[in-house]
Write a protein of this length. Structure first.
Length: 428
């Protein structure tokens, strides 16, 4: 397929997403099944167009004067992919699969200045979230929102139980991986431009041998800050597919015990194969059923709560969720988080550490939860996050990462990672 056909296909997929209110991944898969002539490169390019359109939906709509699927996809080509009205006109000419010719308004949109557009549009966020981001980031909030619109890198964590970074770098040399800037066992494959395909590293021999896992550098950092030590007794209360369980096991050198639990059996299902492939021997999976964790009450050194959240920190990877988020969903997540934090305290022994993590950048899910928890539990005290950073990452905490309540917030703009929050609390 040539560019005109890819643009038309992206418009079709985005229309399907909006009309049927289904996830982008499902719409792209359906399009691929219905158009089997399209090769892997075509599908990747179409996916890039769709995701790029959703990442900058508000700013592109401001430039084009419309948020229709056609306007958004053409904006990607003109404003992100360095096409021009003339180059598109030439490409569309005589191509039976091309969209209709550009209108004068679309031509003007190619170079439209949006500096006077509303702040929320320039930040590419829903209007109702502007006060939250402003509270979180102050005068930098628009820049923080803009940084959430870029393509994410593919991040890997070298599994210290089985390998070392040098060996994995050699195995993946054809993808030109780079050492992560912060995470000591992290490797990064930067995102490419335009129709670049994401490397399929999970078919590599090193992955199949358990030498590395796919894990965002931000997730690696907060897992390190949990401070799990060899011999600790640790509960991963929202283990999901096990990404942080694997990182904790590596940090503990397979010594001590990790109890991996999740209330959703489907989310937990992949953990078994991942533990085996990674050579983890100190993790015990606790499938959900009544009283399954009662024997752990008051006994654990660390309880990690990677809480369900709005996922605002992952907007680069799942931009469609940005525009589906509602105040009602945020309130629901806050309620779930507060309940989980109360439950987590039951398992800590005196002197134990509660590790609260979200992949959110919203203060309602982060500092606000901690302030409320500490008000209800005077026995809790915050652990110095800068000291924890120095202890685990062997560098000084970069300026601007600490939050007013004593937590830590990572963002694409500040750390080149997904958005993550982490707060450490000690039970006195």
């Amino acid at each position: 397929m040539r560019l005109p056909g890819r643009l038309a296909a992206a418009i079709e997929v985005l229309t399907d997403v909006e009309q049927r209110k289904r996830p982008v991944s499902e719409a792209l898969k359906a399009w691929g099944l219905n158009n089997r002539f399209a090769g892997a490169g075509d599908r990747a390019a179409i996916g890039n167009l769709v995701y790029d359109a959703l990442r900058r939906r508000a700013s592109h709509a401001a430039a084009m004067g419309s948020d229709s699927p056609r306007a958004l996809v053409l904006a990607v080509a003109l404003r992100d992919w360095a096409e021009t009205p003339q180059s598109l006109a030439e490409a569309f000419a005589g191509d039976s699969h091309a969209p209709a010719a550009l209108t004068p308004e679309e031509v003007a949109g190619a170079t439209a200045d949006i500096s006077a557009a509303p702040d929320a549009a320039r930040a590419d966020i829903p209007d109702w979230l502007a006060p939250s981001l402003q509270r979180a980031f102050g005068a930098d909030w628009v820049a923080e929102g803009e940084a959430m619109t870029g393509r994410p890198s593919l991040d890997l964590r070298v599994n210290a139980l089985k390998s070392v970074p040098e060996r994995v770098l050699k195995s993946l040399a054809r993808f030109s991986p780079q050492a992560a800037a912060i995470a000591p066992f992290g490797l990064i494959l930067p995102a490419g431009p335009r129709d670049a395909r994401t490397a399929n590293v999970t078919t590599d021999e090193a992955y199949l041998k358990g030498w590395f896992e796919v894990q965002d550098q931000g997730s690696q950092i907060v897992a390190s800050l949990a401070g799990a030590q060899p011999g600790d007794q640790v509960l991963d209360l929202c283990a999901g597919a096990g990404g942080k369980t694997l990182a904790l096991a590596a940090a503990m050198g397979n010594k001590g015990q990790i109890f991996a639990y999740d209330s959703d059996r489907k989310r937990l299902a992949p953990i078994y194969d991942r533990l085996k492939r990674n050579g983890v021997r100190n993790a015990q999976v606790r499938a959900p059923h009544p009283d399954v964790l009662d024997d752990l009450v008051g006994k654990l050194d660390r309880v990690v709560v990677d809480a369900p959240c709005t996922g605002t920190g992952t907007w680069r990877r799942r931009p469609d969720t940005k525009w589906k988020l509602t105040p009602e969903l945020l309130a629901q997540r806050q309620s779930e988080q507060a309940e989980l934090l109360e439950d987590a305290l039951r398992y800590l022994k005196p002197g134990g550490t509660l590790v609260y993590i979200t992949c959110s950048i919203l203060p309602e899910e982060n500092d606000d939860q901690i302030v409320a928890l500490k008000a209800a539990h005077p026995e809790l005290e915050s652990i110095d996050i800068a000291a924890a950073w120095r202890r685990t990452l062997i560098t000084d905490l970069p300026e601007g990462l600490a939050t007013p309540a004593g937590g830590l917030c990572l963002t694409p703009r500040r750390t080149g990672t997904d958005g993550f929050y982490c707060h450490l609390l000690r039970k006195k």
